[in-house]
Design a binder for this molecule. Sequence first.
Ligand code: BEZ
Length: 222
Amino acid sequence: MPGLTIGDTIPNLELDSTHGKIRLHDFVAGVGEHGLVIIFSHPGDYTPVCTTELAAMAGYAGEFEKRGVKLLGISCDDVQSHKEWIKDIEAYKPGNRVTYPIMADPDRKAIRELNMVDPDEKDSSGQLPSRTLHIVGHDKQVKLSFLYPSCVGRNMDEVVRAVDALQTAAKHTVATPANWKPGECVVIPPGVSDEEAKKKYPNGFQTADLPSHKGYLRFTKV
Ligand code: BEZ
């Protein structure tokens, strides 16, 4: 069976965290209409790549807050371990305070329900989390997921870019092309006819002249 994926509602789990008990649906309920929650797992506390990732995430906290995005970490170490490890993370990048909660999943039930299990990483208590990151909408549905193995640290610029792309797509009924950055042209989705597009996009649109002449690649500005 495939695990939690795009369009699925996240399970309403209750877990201990460095900020006390967290019930996932209540946590998501705190974001606005275009707000998002990022739930991101890491294989384990006191490991090198994870330390760099959580410090980097702490450094981007202001960027996420500006966009109405709440952060929520998780791994299967316990809360006391997370709290002690945060001292290392903050010492590694002075000034980057870990203000987001990190949940504990010592029995590894939540990482299975959240599709965050790394099939190749185990410790004496069982399987460890992969570097999974789910971006969840205010409707509690998964909008986008990253699934990285333990050997590849995530790029937080790409996480911010994905948030910008999701929010732009949702606000303006558009899609974002490869390597898009805020301010660049977006594309008009295939389900929108040229007639509808003329009414819908105040800045007009340009259709790429391609050999097929099918007129499906249309750019606009939002
Ligand atoms: C790390 O965070 O460095 C790491 C964790 C588990 C396996 C490999 C690397």
